[in-house]
Design a binder for this molecule. Structure first.
Ligand SMILES: C[S@@+](CC[C@H](N)C(=O)[O-])C[C@H]1O[C@@H](n2cnc3c(N)ncnc32)[C@H](O)[C@@H]1O
Length: 125
């Protein structure tokens, strides 16, 4: 995450962020530490949020078990596809298809750092 924060500038204009499957909230906490104008929401399962170390982010609970679809969270600025049952490695073409299927207007690979890539899904305006 440190490397991504060094190369990715897309958080500069953002005022709210939801980390989907954010675990303990450590990632979103790093982002808002660098960009304090951002209101951070850590979105994870109730038992994960309950056991997470308190962080200066807003915890958000999901109300269902495992059927999270991108179209359910159209306001997200950053999405991490969870590596869990039902999650999978996707090629760029597959991410593009997922974006279209979920109602996003555009999809772009912005940059990479270490083994991670920043993918932007843009909603229709
Ligand atoms: C591989 S972990 C990623 C944790 C964190 N993003 C990180 O990088 O350390 C996947 C996370 O997705 C969460 N998760 C799985 N299904 C979910 C659902 N339906 N709604 C919200 N979070 C979910 C898990 O509880 C877990 O914390």
């Amino acid at each position: 995450m440190q490397k991504i924060l060094e190369v990715y500038t897309g958080f500069k204009e953002i005022t709210e962020i939801i980390d989907v499957g954010g675990g303990t909230g450590a990632t979103v906490a790093k982002i808002i530490a660098k960009y304090p104008q951002i209101r951070g929401i850590n979105f994870d399962l109730p038992h994960v949020i309950k056991n997470a170390t308190p962080l200066p982010v807003v915890p958000e609970y999901t109300n269902t078990g495992s059927s999270l679809k991108l179209s359910n969270v159209m306001d997200i600025d950053m999405v991490m596809i969870v590596i869990n049952p039902g999650g999978k490695d996707r090629s760029l073409k597959e991410f593009e298809a997922l974006a279209k299927e979920s109602g996003f207007a555009a999809f772009e690979l912005i940059c990479s750092a270490a083994v991670y890539s920043v993918l932007e899904f843009q909603k229709k305006v």
